[in-house]
Design a protein around this ligand. Structure first.
Ligand SMILES: Nc1ncnc2c1ncn2[C@@H]1O[C@H](COP(=O)(O)OP(=O)(O)OP(=O)(O)O)[C@@H](O)[C@H]1O
Ligand SMILES: [Mg+2]
Length: 283
């Protein structure tokens, strides 16, 4: 009996947060690095379903960096990164789209649906809802910068009670263009801005942003982020992630968090308890 009362108390503790986020849009960037074990993926799906059932409108944008790299190396195709973003040749683009739209997106959609959600997988090419242009073709090839997001494609899906699962691929503007590979962090923040998200959470494979002594930094301002980038403390894949956080909060998203995707239920801890997890980026 006592145990049952505890369960009820736990539910009641979450009540203020459930109220706060009712009908709010929460964008979750599900990093490739956090999609490790099948168990963790199951927990991820359960958390999304719980969020959805208590009235939150979740939108998922996934990455897939590690899987793309693995496939490229299996095919002996060379790949490199400049400032944390992949150089995308035409060949790399084909593989990136296969892995992102073909494999990871469908896997995630199936997983969510098998838990009873109504998830629907799309990439920016569907209805041309995300368009991009080359970031710097000579340097990064088909790695794109987003030029437009048609918010109504996503909001209509949510109105119909679907959970949108977005692969970070954008359409090019010219006819027959192969499309663009978009850094998933930046894709998540552009989508979050366009659809008026309340919160954005980046699930990755570290506790959050760490300093040089590997200690977690729980809150960072724009100036602090710039200083940590300048001295190299923030490097590689963390660069587009902090940039994406700044982009989101500048664009009206109330809160941006980088949280540990290796920790079970980290999203629920962030949403439904007063103890923040990971790093919060503030204005
Ligand atoms: N200051 C820092 N604190 C924490 N991690 C950092 C820092 N600087 C660089 N990193 C690196 O950033 C990585 C996270 O970015 P990464 O792009 O690899 O993952 P992801 O974005 O979650 O996955 P994907 O790119 O597949 O979507 C960490 O694993 C770590 O190696
Ligand atoms: Mg990344």
């Amino acid at each position: 009996m006592q145990k049952k009362i505890e369960t009820v108390k736990t539910l009641l503790d979450a009540l203020p947060f459930i109220k706060e986020f009712n009908k709010e849009i929460v964008v979750i960037k599900y990093g490739g690095s956090a999609q490790t074990s099948p168990q963790l993926k199951e927990k991820f799906a359960e958390d999304i379903l719980l969020m959805y059932l208590v009235g939150i409108r979740p939108v998922i944008v996934h990455g897939g960096g590690t899987k793309i790299t693995d496939m490229l190396s299996a095919l002996s195709i060379e790949t490199k990164f400049i400032d944390g973003q992949r150089v995308t040749t035409k060949e790399v683009m084909r593989i990136a789209e296969m892995i992102l739209s073909g494999e990871i997106n469908k896997d995630l959609v199936s997983l969510l649906n098998s838990h009873g959600a109504k998830a629907i997988g799309i990439s920016g090419k569907d209805a041309h809802f995300i368009t991009a242009k080359a970031k710097d073709f000579a340097k990064w090839g088909l790695t794109g910068n987003i030029t437009n997001v048609k918010a109504n494609v996503v909001t209509r899906l949510m109105d119909e009670k679907f959970i949108p699962v977005i692969a970070p691929i954008a359409a090019g503007e010219e006819l027959g263009h192969p499309g663009f590979n978009i850094n998933a962090d930046l894709c998540a923040s552009y989508v979050a801005k366009a659809i008026g998200a309340n919160k954005i959470m980046f699930l990755t494979d570290t506790a959050g942003v760490l300093n040089n002594d590997k200690e977690l930094l729980d809150t960072l301002t724009k100036n602090e982020v710039e200083a940590l980038k300048a001295d190299g403390t923030i490097h590689g894949g963390m660069v587009p992630k902090v940039d994406a956080c700044l982009e989101a909060i500048d664009g009206g998203v109330h809160k941006a968090h980088i949280i540990d995707g290796r920790l079970e239920h980290s999203m629920l801890l962030e949403l439904f308890t007063s103890a923040g997890v990971g790093t919060q980026i503030v204005k």
